[in-house]
Design a protein around this ligand. Structure first.
Ligand code: NZQ
Ligand code: ZN
Length: 388
């Protein structure tokens, strides 16, 4: 286990009716002028927008809005948000939605005080060192963006989807009410669960030795996903199941699992290339890629890790033939994704085969990817072909 510092700065308000804290939380940061960011008009139809604005108005807080933020949010929305913030002297951003809305809000928050174009941060031409505070009201269990400093944004003109990280982009607080996730349709529920599981895999498959506690924590969260996924798919309004998934999603990417070890993150780099070109759902892309990556990188030196996953999480019987058991575990992962309605092949999602090479090159634009197994462009291409 490596040295680490545990610092999870986002305050989480978890459970029914925790929205009651909203006004007071915003005021804590001395803010009086709020930009509410959201995606479709769904939050207006469902009444959540009204609930939120009532809370702000009750405390005399000014608000304005930026709606229409796309799934796989675009840099054009970030620019529009920056314009509104400057024009309206916004001093707090409230993101209401899933990872896309939250990421867009973070990028806006980090760009308001920057004179150049926000895309510079994603191209690593500049670093975010000043941001206005943000808070979130999460409506989809998936990315963990509600308590981390990452933002992933797409640029349609350049056909790129890139990530930025800054410690000052962590939301100040996040409201996680499982009831707000009841309305998530089956496909996005399943894709969110695949994203959560992928975050766990990215940290579980680590080159760092001696991570027993971290590995068992990761396995527990994976088991939560396997246990509650069929329940939320069948009964979307099951509070307990939604709550378990929501909490697992938060723990999967709030840095807890990353402590004391390096993560891999190759699958995320590859998936971002896929969704940059074809705008597919991030979680669905990961569900296609991960089993193929597992088969590609498993070798005689790392079979134990896959064997532990198979036995401890997927219930494969212990066996002297560790490789066979490990492969059975990977097959069970594939079967699980099929069972919740996720696609198994890139060809099912509209991805065109002649784009695979471009994706493979894009994935390694900043150098080799992966820490558990380092991948060059040729390796990425091989994985994409297996997944096609
Ligand atoms: O526009 P709305 O109405 O919000 O619709 C969304 C969207 O169409 C819908 N939805 C969300 N909550 C709902 C709901 N529909 C009904 N009822 C609800 N309660 O679901 C659709 C997908 O939403 P989106 O926010 O795009 O999904 P997700 O949370 O999976 O976010 C995906 C984005 O996050 C990035 C991904 O790359 C992708 O761009 N990621 C961000 C990360 C981070 N910041 O740490 C890490 C991840 O690995 C990921 O890369
Ligand atoms: Zn992800």
């Amino acid at each position: 286990m490596d040295n680490f510092t545990l610092n999870i700065p986002t305050k989480i308000f978890f459970g029914r009716n925790q929205i009651k804290v909203l006004g007071r939380q915003i005021e804590k940061y001395g803010a009086t002028r709020v930009l509410i960011c959201y995606g479709s008009k769904r939050i207006k139809r469902e009444g959540l927008f009204q609930t939120i604005t009532d809370k702000l108005t009750d405390r005399g807080l000014f608000y304005t809005e930026l709606g229409g933020i796309e799934p796989n949010p675009r840099i054009t929305s970030v620019r529009e948000g920056v314009r509104i913030c400057r024009e309206e002297n916004i001093d707090f951003i409230l993101a209401v939605g899933g990872g896309s809305v939250i990421d867009c809000a973070k990028a806006i928050a980090g760009s308001v005080n920057y004179e150049g174009d926000p895309w510079d941060f994603f191209l690593r031409k500049a670093a975010i060192n000043k941001a206005i505070p943000i808070g979130t009201v999460l409506t989809l269990a998936a990315t963990g963006s509600e308590s981390n400093g990452n933002a992933v944004v797409s640029n349609i003109e350049t056909q790129q989807k890139l990530a930025v990280y800054s410690p000052i982009l962590w939301p100040k607080f996040s409201v996680l009410d499982p009831e707000y996730t009841y309305s998530v349709p089956p496909f996005h529920t399943a894709a969110g669960i695949a994203d959560i599981m992928s975050h766990i895999f990215e940290q579980y498959f680590s080159p760092t030795p001696d991570t027993f506690t971290q590995d068992r924590l990761a396995e527990a969260l994976l088991k939560t996903c396997l246990k509650y996924a069929p329940i939320v798919m069948e009964k979307p309004n099951d509070y307990t199941a939604r709550a378990e998934i929501l909490w697992a999603g938060n723990l999967a990417l709030n840095t807890l699992l990353s402590l004391g070890r390096e993560g891999d993150w190759a699958n995320h780099s590859i998936e971002h290339e896929v969704s940059a070109l074809f705008d597919i759902s991030h979680g669905a892309g990961l569900a296609i890629l991960f089993p193929n990556w597992m088969k590609y990188v498993m070798d005689d030196n790392n079979t134990d890790k896959f064997y532990n996953l198979a036995v401890n999480v997927f219930g494969v019987a212990e066996s002297a033939d560790k490789k066979a058991a490990a492969l059975e575990g990977i097959d069970r992962l594939r079967t699980f994704y099929n069972s919740v309605g996720l696609p198994a092949r890139l060809s099912e999602t509209g991805v065109e085969e002649d784009s695979l090479r471009k994706m493979a090159e894009g994935a390694v634009r900043f150098g080799e990817i992966g820490e558990f197994k380092k991948l060059k462009s040729k390796d990425v291409l091989a994985i994409l072909k297996m997944a096609y």
